[in-house]
Write a protein that binds this ligand. Sequence first.
Ligand SMILES: [Fe+2]
Length: 307
Amino acid sequence: MDPTSIAKLITKEADVTPTVLAAMADTDDPRLKEIMTSMVTHLHQFLLETRPTEAEFEYALRWIVEIGQFTNEFHNEVVLAADVVGASTLIDLINNDGMQGETMSALLGPFYRGDAPACANGECIARSETPGPSLFFSGKVVGADGAPIAGAALDVWQASPVGLYENQDETQEDCNLRGKFTSGADGRFHFQSVKPAGYPVPTGGPVGVLLRAQKRTPMRPAHIHFIVSAPGHKTLITQIFSDSPEALATDVVFGAKQQIVGDFRMHTQPHPDYPGATLPFYTCEYDFRLVEGTPVFPVPPISGKKS
Ligand SMILES: [Fe+2]
């Protein structure tokens, strides 16, 4: 036997990391090599630091298996797991720091379907009986120079104030509170909905087990999701928030940011711009600013509604 190969056999803790890195050393793809080298190095360091028992390791592997088993076309527990440990928000900020003048971004979350129906400006996205005061949301899409962007696409989705997205709730119409709008020649868009309310993320799976063990709230502050896109511009994925400072500060997925808190105004008197609106109703005006770039769209974490 070649004595040099015997020398490479692992005999102690300190041998493992260099041996594994050596085994991956011939990776052709430089980015894969960089990521896996760093991941293995940090993972081993984490294990050496925390020194899990075999039972703890088995539990962790089982938890990872379960987030996969809980995921299907109607529910994405893997995305939710990434969200509650802050990974999604960190990835978001690494890639979208808002420093080029664009509207602040926020994580996509696990409830984007990608197949919302196209709507004309002014349409209401409440497609079935939905509680909560009416909301009239409007704004314009502009470029970095402030010039309006005509034909920008705005994909909108929000939870019902009952605390569930339509894909979680068989009593809601398919695609309730989802719609795709297009900005007009002046960059403006507007639609009707209901004022969003805070909601708990799903806690029936392994993510819920973790949140309860950590004594964390499962609540998200009230928000509306947007994906705003236009040819020649970087796609903006964000959320516009409407909630108390306390609720914003305890967002279970760490998505709330001050720059994307909307000015939701309550109206207790009739307003000529909103004839017939049931009182009280709310309005919110928010302009989205895009920077030049290549439009890239996320893969929807879910693709349908459970019937
Ligand atoms: Fe959400």
